[in-house]
Write a protein that binds this ligand. Structure first.
Ligand code: SAJ
Length: 422
Protein backbone atom coordinates (compact mmCIF):
# COMPACT_ATOMS: atom_id res chain seq x y z
CA UNK A 1 0.00 0.00 0.00
CA UNK A 2 1.57 3.32 -0.99
CA UNK A 3 -1.38 5.72 -0.96
CA UNK A 4 -0.62 9.23 0.25
CA UNK A 5 -2.97 10.76 2.80
CA UNK A 6 -2.94 14.45 3.75
CA UNK A 7 -4.66 15.20 7.08
CA UNK A 8 -5.52 18.81 7.88
CA UNK A 9 -5.81 19.41 11.64
CA UNK A 10 -3.53 17.48 14.01
CA UNK A 11 -5.62 17.69 17.17
CA UNK A 12 -7.41 15.05 19.26
CA UNK A 13 -8.81 13.38 16.11
CA UNK A 14 -6.39 14.28 13.32
CA UNK A 15 -3.17 13.20 15.03
CA UNK A 16 -4.37 9.77 16.23
CA UNK A 17 -5.92 9.18 12.77
CA UNK A 18 -2.61 10.15 11.13
CA UNK A 19 -0.70 7.81 13.44
CA UNK A 20 -3.06 4.87 12.87
CA UNK A 21 -3.04 5.31 9.07
CA UNK A 22 0.76 5.56 8.99
CA UNK A 23 0.98 2.46 11.16
CA UNK A 24 -1.27 0.66 8.64
CA UNK A 25 1.19 1.47 5.84
CA UNK A 26 -0.09 4.74 4.33
CA UNK A 27 2.30 7.67 3.75
CA UNK A 28 0.76 10.41 5.88
CA UNK A 29 1.39 14.13 5.69
CA UNK A 30 -0.15 16.03 8.61
CA UNK A 31 -0.96 19.74 8.44
CA UNK A 32 -1.54 22.16 11.30
CA UNK A 33 -1.30 25.90 11.96
CA UNK A 34 0.44 25.19 15.29
CA UNK A 35 4.16 25.20 14.48
CA UNK A 36 5.10 24.00 17.95
CA UNK A 37 2.92 20.91 17.47
CA UNK A 38 4.49 20.29 14.04
CA UNK A 39 8.02 20.41 15.48
CA UNK A 40 7.08 18.04 18.29
CA UNK A 41 5.43 15.55 15.90
CA UNK A 42 8.41 15.60 13.51
CA UNK A 43 10.53 14.71 16.57
CA UNK A 44 8.27 11.75 17.33
CA UNK A 45 6.59 13.56 20.24
CA UNK A 46 3.00 14.72 20.81
CA UNK A 47 1.30 17.92 22.01
CA UNK A 48 -1.85 16.23 23.38
CA UNK A 49 -2.28 13.41 25.85
CA UNK A 50 -3.96 10.22 24.69
CA UNK A 51 -2.93 6.77 25.96
CA UNK A 52 -0.26 5.11 23.72
CA UNK A 53 -0.38 7.92 21.12
CA UNK A 54 3.22 9.04 21.62
CA UNK A 55 4.48 5.47 21.21
CA UNK A 56 2.78 5.05 17.82
CA UNK A 57 3.76 8.55 16.64
CA UNK A 58 7.41 7.88 17.51
CA UNK A 59 7.31 4.57 15.63
CA UNK A 60 5.74 5.93 12.40
CA UNK A 61 7.81 9.12 12.33
CA UNK A 62 11.00 7.07 12.75
CA UNK A 63 9.83 4.74 9.96
CA UNK A 64 9.36 7.77 7.67
CA UNK A 65 5.61 7.12 7.33
CA UNK A 66 4.39 10.31 9.08
CA UNK A 67 5.60 13.88 8.77
CA UNK A 68 3.98 17.22 9.60
CA UNK A 69 4.08 20.70 8.10
CA UNK A 70 2.06 23.91 7.93
CA UNK A 71 1.37 23.40 4.20
CA UNK A 72 -0.57 20.53 2.57
CA UNK A 73 0.94 18.43 -0.23
CA UNK A 74 -0.46 16.61 -3.21
CA UNK A 75 -2.14 13.39 -1.99
CA UNK A 76 -4.60 10.66 -2.99
CA UNK A 77 -6.81 11.23 0.05
CA UNK A 78 -7.42 14.46 2.00
CA UNK A 79 -8.96 14.28 5.47
CA UNK A 80 -10.25 17.42 7.19
CA UNK A 81 -10.22 17.06 10.98
CA UNK A 82 -10.52 20.61 12.28
CA UNK A 83 -12.73 22.04 15.05
CA UNK A 84 -16.36 23.06 14.40
CA UNK A 85 -17.28 25.22 17.41
CA UNK A 86 -20.33 27.45 17.71
CA UNK A 87 -20.48 31.22 17.88
CA UNK A 88 -21.87 33.34 20.76
CA UNK A 89 -25.43 32.85 19.47
CA UNK A 90 -25.04 29.02 19.29
CA UNK A 91 -24.81 29.16 15.50
CA UNK A 92 -22.17 26.87 13.93
CA UNK A 93 -18.80 28.42 13.16
CA UNK A 94 -17.43 26.89 9.94
CA UNK A 95 -14.37 29.15 9.68
CA UNK A 96 -11.89 26.30 10.34
CA UNK A 97 -13.55 23.95 7.84
CA UNK A 98 -13.52 26.70 5.21
CA UNK A 99 -9.87 27.55 5.87
CA UNK A 100 -8.88 23.86 5.78
CA UNK A 101 -10.76 23.37 2.48
CA UNK A 102 -9.14 26.44 0.95
CA UNK A 103 -5.70 25.20 1.99
CA UNK A 104 -6.05 21.95 0.01
CA UNK A 105 -7.77 23.41 -3.09
CA UNK A 106 -4.52 24.08 -5.03
CA UNK A 107 -3.36 20.47 -4.49
CA UNK A 108 -6.55 18.59 -5.49
CA UNK A 109 -6.44 16.64 -8.77
CA UNK A 110 -8.95 14.58 -10.75
CA UNK A 111 -9.45 11.35 -8.78
CA UNK A 112 -8.71 12.95 -5.39
CA UNK A 113 -10.83 11.80 -2.45
CA UNK A 114 -11.74 14.51 0.09
CA UNK A 115 -13.20 13.42 3.43
CA UNK A 116 -14.68 15.68 6.09
CA UNK A 117 -14.28 14.01 9.53
CA UNK A 118 -15.12 17.07 11.66
CA UNK A 119 -18.55 16.91 13.30
CA UNK A 120 -20.51 19.27 11.05
CA UNK A 121 -23.89 20.92 10.56
CA UNK A 122 -26.11 19.47 7.84
CA UNK A 123 -25.03 20.68 4.40
CA UNK A 124 -21.34 21.24 5.21
CA UNK A 125 -20.08 18.53 2.82
CA UNK A 126 -22.05 20.19 0.01
CA UNK A 127 -20.51 23.55 0.99
CA UNK A 128 -17.02 22.06 0.68
CA UNK A 129 -17.86 20.93 -2.86
CA UNK A 130 -19.08 24.45 -3.68
CA UNK A 131 -15.88 26.02 -2.32
CA UNK A 132 -13.70 23.67 -4.35
CA UNK A 133 -15.62 23.94 -7.61
CA UNK A 134 -15.85 27.75 -7.36
CA UNK A 135 -12.08 27.98 -7.44
CA UNK A 136 -11.30 24.96 -9.56
CA UNK A 137 -13.45 25.01 -12.69
CA UNK A 138 -11.19 22.26 -14.10
CA UNK A 139 -12.65 19.76 -11.58
CA UNK A 140 -16.08 18.13 -11.48
CA UNK A 141 -18.31 15.92 -9.33
CA UNK A 142 -20.07 14.50 -12.38
CA UNK A 143 -19.77 10.71 -12.15
CA UNK A 144 -19.00 10.44 -15.88
CA UNK A 145 -16.40 13.21 -16.06
CA UNK A 146 -12.66 12.38 -16.39
CA UNK A 147 -11.93 15.27 -14.00
CA UNK A 148 -14.17 13.85 -11.27
CA UNK A 149 -13.29 14.31 -7.60
CA UNK A 150 -14.90 12.40 -4.72
CA UNK A 151 -16.19 14.16 -1.58
CA UNK A 152 -17.70 12.56 1.56
CA UNK A 153 -18.45 12.95 5.21
CA UNK A 154 -17.23 10.29 7.62
CA UNK A 155 -17.79 11.62 11.14
CA UNK A 156 -15.26 10.75 13.82
CA UNK A 157 -16.88 8.82 16.70
CA UNK A 158 -14.00 8.00 19.03
CA UNK A 159 -14.06 8.46 22.78
CA UNK A 160 -11.20 10.47 24.31
CA UNK A 161 -9.10 8.05 26.36
CA UNK A 162 -9.81 5.13 23.97
CA UNK A 163 -9.11 6.81 20.64
CA UNK A 164 -6.52 4.40 19.19
CA UNK A 165 -8.67 1.36 19.91
CA UNK A 166 -11.95 2.93 18.74
CA UNK A 167 -10.40 4.26 15.49
CA UNK A 168 -9.93 0.67 14.41
CA UNK A 169 -12.83 -1.09 16.14
CA UNK A 170 -15.79 1.30 15.81
CA UNK A 171 -18.29 1.01 12.97
CA UNK A 172 -18.08 4.00 10.64
CA UNK A 173 -20.75 5.91 8.73
CA UNK A 174 -19.78 7.10 5.29
CA UNK A 175 -21.92 9.54 3.29
CA UNK A 176 -20.77 10.85 -0.08
CA UNK A 177 -22.14 13.65 -2.21
CA UNK A 178 -22.91 10.92 -4.77
CA UNK A 179 -22.74 7.11 -5.00
CA UNK A 180 -19.17 6.92 -6.34
CA UNK A 181 -17.89 9.20 -3.57
CA UNK A 182 -19.58 7.01 -0.96
CA UNK A 183 -18.08 3.85 -2.48
CA UNK A 184 -14.53 5.24 -2.78
CA UNK A 185 -14.66 6.47 0.82
CA UNK A 186 -16.02 3.16 2.10
CA UNK A 187 -13.18 1.29 0.34
CA UNK A 188 -10.68 3.60 2.02
CA UNK A 189 -12.05 3.01 5.56
CA UNK A 190 -12.48 -0.73 4.94
CA UNK A 191 -8.72 -0.89 4.33
CA UNK A 192 -7.94 -0.06 8.00
CA UNK A 193 -11.14 -0.32 10.09
CA UNK A 194 -12.20 -3.63 11.69
CA UNK A 195 -15.75 -2.37 12.42
CA UNK A 196 -18.50 -2.22 9.79
CA UNK A 197 -18.41 0.63 7.26
CA UNK A 198 -22.00 1.73 6.69
CA UNK A 199 -22.90 3.63 3.54
CA UNK A 200 -25.38 6.51 3.21
CA UNK A 201 -25.53 10.03 1.76
CA UNK A 202 -23.66 13.09 3.08
CA UNK A 203 -26.64 14.76 4.81
CA UNK A 204 -27.64 11.60 6.67
CA UNK A 205 -24.04 11.01 7.77
CA UNK A 206 -23.87 14.59 9.08
CA UNK A 207 -27.12 14.26 11.02
CA UNK A 208 -26.22 10.79 12.34
CA UNK A 209 -23.19 12.15 14.19
CA UNK A 210 -25.18 15.06 15.61
CA UNK A 211 -27.89 12.59 16.61
CA UNK A 212 -25.48 10.31 18.51
CA UNK A 213 -24.17 13.15 20.65
CA UNK A 214 -27.65 14.66 21.12
CA UNK A 215 -28.95 11.27 22.25
CA UNK A 216 -26.30 11.26 24.96
CA UNK A 217 -26.96 14.89 25.89
CA UNK A 218 -30.72 14.31 26.24
CA UNK A 219 -30.13 11.23 28.39
CA UNK A 220 -27.63 13.02 30.63
CA UNK A 221 -30.15 15.88 30.95
CA UNK A 222 -32.73 13.34 32.12
CA UNK A 223 -30.31 12.15 34.82
CA UNK A 224 -29.45 15.74 35.78
CA UNK A 225 -33.12 16.69 36.02
CA UNK A 226 -33.76 13.64 38.20
CA UNK A 227 -30.88 14.66 40.49
CA UNK A 228 -32.49 18.05 41.09
CA UNK A 229 -35.94 16.53 41.65
CA UNK A 230 -34.39 14.08 44.13
CA UNK A 231 -32.63 16.93 45.89
CA UNK A 232 -35.98 18.69 46.42
CA UNK A 233 -37.60 15.47 47.63
CA UNK A 234 -34.66 14.37 49.81
CA UNK A 235 -34.08 11.12 47.90
CA UNK A 236 -30.64 9.70 47.02
CA UNK A 237 -30.54 9.95 43.21
CA UNK A 238 -27.70 7.41 42.87
CA UNK A 239 -29.67 4.76 44.71
CA UNK A 240 -32.79 5.68 42.72
CA UNK A 241 -31.02 5.27 39.35
CA UNK A 242 -29.38 2.01 40.42
CA UNK A 243 -32.79 0.62 41.36
CA UNK A 244 -34.59 1.87 38.23
CA UNK A 245 -31.82 0.45 36.01
CA UNK A 246 -32.71 -3.05 37.24
CA UNK A 247 -35.68 -2.83 34.89
CA UNK A 248 -34.65 -4.73 31.72
CA UNK A 249 -35.52 -1.80 29.43
CA UNK A 250 -34.30 1.12 31.56
CA UNK A 251 -30.72 2.41 31.41
CA UNK A 252 -30.43 5.88 32.96
CA UNK A 253 -27.07 7.67 32.71
CA UNK A 254 -25.32 9.39 35.61
CA UNK A 255 -25.96 12.93 36.84
CA UNK A 256 -23.03 15.28 37.28
CA UNK A 257 -22.11 18.95 37.64
CA UNK A 258 -22.99 19.60 33.97
CA UNK A 259 -21.87 18.44 30.53
CA UNK A 260 -18.40 19.36 29.32
CA UNK A 261 -16.02 18.63 26.49
CA UNK A 262 -16.15 20.03 23.01
CA UNK A 263 -18.67 17.62 21.46
CA UNK A 264 -21.77 16.78 23.47
CA UNK A 265 -22.27 20.34 24.72
CA UNK A 266 -21.87 21.68 21.16
CA UNK A 267 -23.34 19.31 18.57
CA UNK A 268 -27.01 19.41 19.68
CA UNK A 269 -26.99 23.16 18.95
CA UNK A 270 -26.37 22.33 15.26
CA UNK A 271 -29.66 20.42 15.20
CA UNK A 272 -31.44 23.23 17.06
CA UNK A 273 -30.05 25.69 14.52
CA UNK A 274 -31.20 23.55 11.57
CA UNK A 275 -34.73 22.92 12.93
CA UNK A 276 -35.48 25.46 15.70
CA UNK A 277 -39.23 24.84 15.71
CA UNK A 278 -38.97 21.06 15.90
CA UNK A 279 -35.93 20.49 18.13
CA UNK A 280 -37.73 21.29 21.40
CA UNK A 281 -36.56 18.32 23.49
CA UNK A 282 -32.97 18.64 22.26
CA UNK A 283 -33.00 22.38 23.04
CA UNK A 284 -34.45 21.88 26.53
CA UNK A 285 -31.88 19.17 27.31
CA UNK A 286 -29.08 21.57 26.41
CA UNK A 287 -30.53 24.17 28.77
CA UNK A 288 -30.93 21.63 31.61
CA UNK A 289 -27.29 20.54 31.27
CA UNK A 290 -25.99 24.09 30.86
CA UNK A 291 -27.82 25.19 34.03
CA UNK A 292 -26.53 22.34 36.21
CA UNK A 293 -23.29 24.15 37.25
CA UNK A 294 -25.44 26.99 38.63
CA UNK A 295 -27.45 24.48 40.66
CA UNK A 296 -24.21 23.17 42.19
CA UNK A 297 -23.10 26.72 43.04
CA UNK A 298 -26.45 27.38 44.73
CA UNK A 299 -25.94 24.22 46.83
CA UNK A 300 -22.53 25.47 47.97
CA UNK A 301 -24.01 28.87 48.82
CA UNK A 302 -26.84 27.29 50.81
CA UNK A 303 -24.44 24.98 52.67
CA UNK A 304 -22.15 27.84 53.72
CA UNK A 305 -24.88 30.36 54.51
CA UNK A 306 -24.12 30.45 58.24
CA UNK A 307 -20.36 30.04 58.02
CA UNK A 308 -17.87 32.88 58.36
CA UNK A 309 -15.13 32.54 55.73
CA UNK A 310 -15.75 28.88 54.82
CA UNK A 311 -12.68 27.01 53.52
CA UNK A 312 -13.75 25.34 50.27
CA UNK A 313 -11.89 22.58 48.41
CA UNK A 314 -12.99 21.41 44.96
CA UNK A 315 -11.98 17.93 43.82
CA UNK A 316 -11.44 17.62 40.06
CA UNK A 317 -11.25 20.08 37.17
CA UNK A 318 -11.36 17.99 33.99
CA UNK A 319 -14.57 17.59 31.96
CA UNK A 320 -14.81 13.90 32.82
CA UNK A 321 -13.10 11.15 34.78
CA UNK A 322 -9.48 10.03 34.41
CA UNK A 323 -8.38 12.52 31.74
CA UNK A 324 -6.48 15.82 31.82
CA UNK A 325 -8.75 17.64 29.32
CA UNK A 326 -10.23 20.82 30.82
CA UNK A 327 -12.04 22.06 27.69
CA UNK A 328 -15.56 23.34 28.42
CA UNK A 329 -15.37 21.66 31.80
CA UNK A 330 -18.28 22.43 34.14
CA UNK A 331 -15.83 21.94 37.02
CA UNK A 332 -13.69 24.83 35.76
CA UNK A 333 -16.81 26.99 35.44
CA UNK A 334 -17.90 26.15 39.00
CA UNK A 335 -14.45 26.78 40.54
CA UNK A 336 -14.19 30.12 38.73
CA UNK A 337 -17.61 31.24 39.94
CA UNK A 338 -16.89 30.11 43.53
CA UNK A 339 -13.66 32.10 43.53
CA UNK A 340 -15.56 35.28 42.78
CA UNK A 341 -18.33 34.55 45.32
CA UNK A 342 -15.84 33.66 48.11
CA UNK A 343 -13.33 36.32 47.15
CA UNK A 344 -12.02 36.84 50.71
CA UNK A 345 -10.35 33.46 50.77
CA UNK A 346 -8.51 30.98 48.55
CA UNK A 347 -10.45 28.18 46.88
CA UNK A 348 -8.39 24.98 47.04
CA UNK A 349 -8.43 22.72 43.99
CA UNK A 350 -7.13 19.16 43.72
CA UNK A 351 -6.72 17.76 40.20
CA UNK A 352 -4.26 14.86 40.12
CA UNK A 353 -4.02 14.95 36.29
CA UNK A 354 -2.51 18.43 35.94
CA UNK A 355 0.50 20.16 37.50
CA UNK A 356 -0.50 23.76 36.93
CA UNK A 357 -3.74 25.69 36.79
CA UNK A 358 -5.00 26.96 33.41
CA UNK A 359 -4.57 30.69 32.82
CA UNK A 360 -8.27 31.48 33.36
CA UNK A 361 -7.94 30.20 36.98
CA UNK A 362 -4.31 30.96 37.84
CA UNK A 363 -4.85 34.73 38.11
CA UNK A 364 -7.58 34.26 40.72
CA UNK A 365 -7.83 33.36 44.42
CA UNK A 366 -7.49 29.67 43.53
CA UNK A 367 -4.69 27.32 44.58
CA UNK A 368 -3.84 23.91 43.12
CA UNK A 369 -2.97 21.58 46.02
CA UNK A 370 -2.67 17.83 46.46
CA UNK A 371 -5.79 15.95 47.43
CA UNK A 372 -4.74 15.15 50.99
CA UNK A 373 -3.96 18.82 51.69
CA UNK A 374 -7.29 19.85 50.21
CA UNK A 375 -9.18 17.37 52.38
CA UNK A 376 -7.26 18.26 55.54
CA UNK A 377 -7.57 22.04 55.26
CA UNK A 378 -11.12 22.45 53.97
CA UNK A 379 -14.41 22.49 55.83
CA UNK A 380 -16.47 22.23 52.65
CA UNK A 381 -15.62 19.69 49.94
CA UNK A 382 -17.15 19.94 46.48
CA UNK A 383 -16.50 16.77 44.48
CA UNK A 384 -16.72 17.64 40.78
CA UNK A 385 -15.08 14.76 38.89
CA UNK A 386 -15.33 11.02 39.47
CA UNK A 387 -11.63 10.25 38.95
CA UNK A 388 -10.67 6.72 40.08
CA UNK A 389 -8.15 8.43 42.33
CA UNK A 390 -10.93 10.10 44.33
CA UNK A 391 -12.84 6.83 44.59
CA UNK A 392 -9.96 5.27 46.50
CA UNK A 393 -9.72 8.05 49.08
CA UNK A 394 -9.67 7.26 52.76
CA UNK A 395 -13.08 8.61 53.69
CA UNK A 396 -12.04 9.13 57.33
CA UNK A 397 -10.54 12.45 56.14
CA UNK A 398 -13.95 13.79 55.18
CA UNK A 399 -15.59 13.15 58.53
CA UNK A 400 -17.10 16.24 60.09
CA UNK A 401 -17.03 18.13 56.80
CA UNK A 402 -19.73 19.36 54.52
CA UNK A 403 -19.53 17.27 51.34
CA UNK A 404 -21.26 18.24 48.11
CA UNK A 405 -20.80 15.19 45.93
CA UNK A 406 -21.93 15.94 42.36
CA UNK A 407 -20.83 12.53 41.00
CA UNK A 408 -21.98 10.05 43.63
CA UNK A 409 -18.42 8.95 44.41
CA UNK A 410 -18.49 8.96 48.18
CA UNK A 411 -20.62 6.19 49.70
CA UNK A 412 -23.34 7.83 51.72
CA UNK A 413 -22.66 5.57 54.71
CA UNK A 414 -19.14 7.05 54.92
CA UNK A 415 -20.36 10.61 55.25
CA UNK A 416 -20.78 10.85 58.98
CA UNK A 417 -21.79 14.37 59.79
CA UNK A 418 -23.43 16.43 57.12
CA UNK A 419 -23.71 15.60 53.48
CA UNK A 420 -25.57 17.24 50.68
CA UNK A 421 -25.76 14.41 48.21
CA UNK A 422 -27.46 16.16 45.20
N1 SAJ B 1 -21.50 12.73 31.44
C1 SAJ B 1 -22.38 12.74 32.52
N2 SAJ B 1 -23.07 11.60 32.80
C2 SAJ B 1 -22.91 10.46 32.08
C3 SAJ B 1 -22.02 10.45 30.98
C4 SAJ B 1 -21.31 11.61 30.68
O1 SAJ B 1 -22.54 13.76 33.20
O2 SAJ B 1 -23.57 9.46 32.42
C5 SAJ B 1 -20.74 13.96 31.13
C6 SAJ B 1 -19.22 13.79 31.26
O3 SAJ B 1 -18.82 13.96 32.59
C7 SAJ B 1 -18.72 14.88 30.34
C8 SAJ B 1 -19.76 14.90 29.22
O4 SAJ B 1 -20.91 14.27 29.74
O5 SAJ B 1 -18.71 16.14 31.00
C9 SAJ B 1 -19.33 14.22 27.93
O6 SAJ B 1 -18.64 13.00 28.20
P1 SAJ B 1 -18.87 11.67 27.35
O7 SAJ B 1 -18.00 10.61 27.89
O8 SAJ B 1 -20.31 11.36 27.27
O9 SAJ B 1 -18.47 12.04 25.84
P2 SAJ B 1 -17.19 12.74 25.12
O10 SAJ B 1 -17.51 14.19 24.93
O11 SAJ B 1 -15.90 12.40 25.74
O12 SAJ B 1 -17.23 11.97 23.68
C10 SAJ B 1 -18.43 11.97 22.92
C11 SAJ B 1 -18.72 10.52 22.46
N3 SAJ B 1 -20.07 10.44 21.91
C12 SAJ B 1 -20.98 9.51 22.37
O13 SAJ B 1 -20.72 8.74 23.25
C13 SAJ B 1 -22.30 9.47 21.68
C14 SAJ B 1 -17.69 10.09 21.42
O14 SAJ B 1 -18.01 8.81 20.88
C15 SAJ B 1 -17.63 11.12 20.27
O15 SAJ B 1 -16.66 10.76 19.30
C16 SAJ B 1 -17.22 12.45 20.89
O16 SAJ B 1 -18.27 12.84 21.82
C17 SAJ B 1 -17.07 13.46 19.78
O17 SAJ B 1 -15.90 13.76 19.41
O18 SAJ B 1 -18.09 13.89 19.20
Amino acid sequence: MNKKVCIVGLGYIGLPTAAVLADKGFFVHGVDVNEEAINLINNGEVHIYEPDLEKVVKKVVTAGKLSADIEPINADVYILAVPTPFKENHKPDLAYVEAATKSIIPYIEPGSLIILESTSPIGTTEKIVELILNERTDLSIDEKSPSQIYVSHCPERVLPGKILKELIENDRIVGGINKMSTQKTAEFYESFVDGKVLQTNAKTAELSKLTENSYRDVNIAFANELSMICDDLDIDVWELIKLANHHPRVNILQPGPGVGGHCIAVDPWFIVDAAPERAKLIHTARNVNDNKPQFVIEKVKAATENMINPKIACLGLSFKANIDDLRESPAVQIVKELSSIYNNDTILVAEPHIDKLPKELSDKNIELVNTQNALLSAGVIVLLVDHDYFKSLDNETINNKIVIDTRGVIPKSDIKLLAIPL
